[in-house]
Design a protein around this ligand. Sequence first.
Ligand SMILES: Nc1ncnc2c1ncn2[C@@H]1O[C@H](COP(=O)(O)OP(=O)(O)OP(=O)(O)O)[C@@H](O)[C@H]1O
Length: 540
Amino acid sequence: MIQSDKGADPPDKKDMKLSTATNPQNGLSQILRLVLQELSLFYSRDVNGVCLLYDLLHSPWLQALLKIYDCLQEFKEKKLVPATPHAQALSYEVVELLRETPTSPEIQELRQMLQAPHFKASDFLVAKSIGPSFLLRLLYAGDKLVEVNGVSVEGLDPEQVIHILGSSDGTIRHVLIASLCTCHQVYVRAMTEYWPQEDPDIPCMDAGLPFQKGDILQIVDQNDALWWQARKISDPATCAGLVPSNHLLKRKQREFWWSQPYQPHTCLKSTLCEYCNCPTAGFRRSMRLCRRKSHLSPLHASVCCTGSCYSAVGAPYEEVVRYQRRPSDKYRLIVLMGPSGVGVNELRRQLIEFNPSHFQSAVPHTTRTKKSYEMNGREYHYVSKETFESLIYSHRMLEYGEYKGHLYGTSVDAVQTVLDERKICVMDLEPQDIQVVRTHELKPYVIFIKPSNMRCMKQSRKNAKIITDYFVDMKFKDEDLQEMENLAQRMETQFGQFFDHVIVNDSLHDACAQLLSAIQKAQEEPQWVPATWISSDTES
Ligand SMILES: Nc1ncnc2c1ncn2[C@@H]1O[C@H](COP(=O)(O)OP(=O)(O)OP(=O)(O)O)[C@@H](O)[C@H]1O
């Protein structure tokens, strides 16, 4: 109950001093101060209810809440960066300098501190002038808060620390030492996007961490069933923020899916329309097309609907680990992907031509009859329809399709043959087939070939020819280029989380150089791969 001190003198002005963090123009506590001033005029006259209102507005808890609100407002737009991102290098430098300085007890102490293993293992961070809400974003699970506004808080209970934070004037200068814990670090790839601003459930929007498909997140705290703390590894300067847990994000995805208007056969429609039989395509070019025109076999249907069917709403996070291929390991499969006509075949051709003893395509299977100048196992593996179908049903076909009444496709074994010869196998794939190749055996590295903008494409594709069903040499029309751009966008939106690298194919020469360098990095430098690929390695 609120006690009103009726008849007492109105509090003088010094009692009305509110948050110093208040913005004089907009601060809510500033408004409250003015209201209190007005009310104080009526206070002694005992106008009905004024005392009650006065006491309510003057109550410490309301003022504390307003103080927090103002702090949040004030720091909403501010970005925090560590005082230095090179703390470790700096500490080594200081140790070296101290070596050359005449020794004094203080210098000796400082040197010992800097060289102590726990200090070396930690990031030392001094953050200046921050609001309480931002403290949350700076702290990681296991962090040790050492000092707040010059007051040592080491050894204090969390409640005592919270009290010190609460009684600060809205600006906190704290020193913290990051976690010394070397426990298992969890990294995940975001398979969906998340925008805290659009999430009404998030407990503190300011503390939310937005992310996009494909972002690699370090999960620094998983203790809460609903909200984890994570940071983006691509942006080490940013602090950890709140992200929905796997369970919560999956629930949100489900709710979102169910809230969408009913679309009969969504998966069928999206696959056929976007990648297979789009009637507006007008031109469907090379042999790659036969796969797009594929009938929906049970295998195909099970993977085609990625992202569009409820059943395909998969895990929103995929646990990943850093993988460095050892020289004795087989090469990783290189998968090229892109909208039809963008230059996937051309790039693959140039790559193999550049170094045929290093790069190779897998020999495809076909059910068509062998021509006189062809050799079994060189152009194709010629097999019967029954054999081909049994390869499909036994999941030995990575991709396949029908063209002019014959089946064509690439088998796992054909790819393995190239890898066993210690060559780099380069294949192109439709995005809906991507899950089939994502195995620990093949460890595919997926490169998305993207068209540049229309203006550049018109220029670079002036003399380029496309292969269609009906015409072999047909120039690109504006609508072909526009369709290519639209399709590339849709592919990125729907499958971007699977792309390890993106190359814009504007100048063919530059794109080839980028492709070579990306492939070299994929084989020789550490990359993020699904954790299951590596645990399978260890088991086998
Ligand atoms: N950067 C480029 N500059 C100019 N022409 C290019 C470039 N890239 C590819 N081309 C040309 O564009 C045409 C289509 O390329 P390509 O056949 O490789 O496309 P694709 O992506 O494999 O599509 P599809 O599978 O439908 O054949 C070819 O004539 C090719 O030489």
